[in-house]
Design a protein around this ligand. Sequence first.
Ligand code: PLP
Length: 381
Amino acid sequence: MTTESQRIAGALPLRPELRDEKPYGAPQLDVPVLLNVNENPYTPPPAVIEDIAAAVADAAGSLNRYPDREFLGLRKGLADYLGRESGVHLVPEQLWAANGSNEVMLHIMSAFGGPGRTALSFAPTYSMYSEYARNTHTAWLAGPRRDDFSLDAGEAANLIERVQPAIILLTSPNNPTGTALEQGVLASVLEAAGRVDIDGAPAVVVVDEAYAEFRREGVPSALELLASHPNLAVTRTMSKAFAAAGLRLGYLAASRDLVDALRIVRLPYHLSAITQAAASAALRHADVLLAQVEELRAERDRTVEWLRQRTVDGTPLRVADSDANFAYFGVFEDRHRIWQGLLERGVLIREVGPAGWLRVSIGTAQEMDAFKNALVEVAGL
Ligand SMILES: *Cc1c(COP(=O)(O)O)cnc(C)c1O
């Protein structure tokens, strides 16, 4: 089978490192129970839809003009939201946004990565990072996690000292495992990052908090450390807890200097007037949009508990602790068979990360019942 990129190569001067690559993406299949990309299962309420529609209609009236390049209105909305969510006071100039936190991450790699530089993370983790590294000619290295998917503070610091990365990417809660970063580990990574010497500067530490709103009671956000670390960036998104994956709005909080560096590499007018209007309107309804987060957290805890009580051939399932809106479980001898069997029963989950493990996003109670019933049938739990 020839891949898209192999077909192109020969006819077009595709970069050699892209020749065997396929476009990234989980399968988008039309099945009744979609539990594969960690979306929020709840649609926006009518009042929110109306407000977004009105804001977009208003923005449409001046579509002949380029949008506000600095989008300080939206950045203020995001700063206010984070202030309420985490109690950390931020000014709009410390916020940055783009078309999904994926684009924010690309801005980070474009500004701080590049030829001769390395981005370091810890596997298993989000599989997109290595692709941004590739696209920006940044070397990519993933260090190990422990058996329970947590990080060892000392080992992480040693690795940083040895590799001298320009960018360190930590995902908390981590995808696909759900693991939150321990404060001690982050402290030790920040300390080691401060000792890195990239043309006289420390490494940039990025904590990807795409799932932060789902974290359990008492789990801190890295936002609290921004004031004391000008080389720290915390990324967030409206795609998960905010129930707005279709909006494509990701953002980041950091020092003003770090944000100013990202302004150099962004495309001009990268956030359309429509996106800015819709996102600002959605933010005004943050409380309503986030209303189901509590319910999803409770459903997550119930799902983890339920999975932990199952056994396959006498062996209990392993289920990772989760601070996110998904559960990561295994270990199946043939996970593809399980995935396929669920799909045949109308339930789409995700085959991702180490061999034998599967990830299920948390949906509504009914969707989770469908998942559990299908899993019992397919895996004989
Ligand atoms: C879903 C996810 C994102 C969000 O990406 P968007 O581009 O904002 O939709 C970012 N990081 C991780 C680890 C994710 O799982």
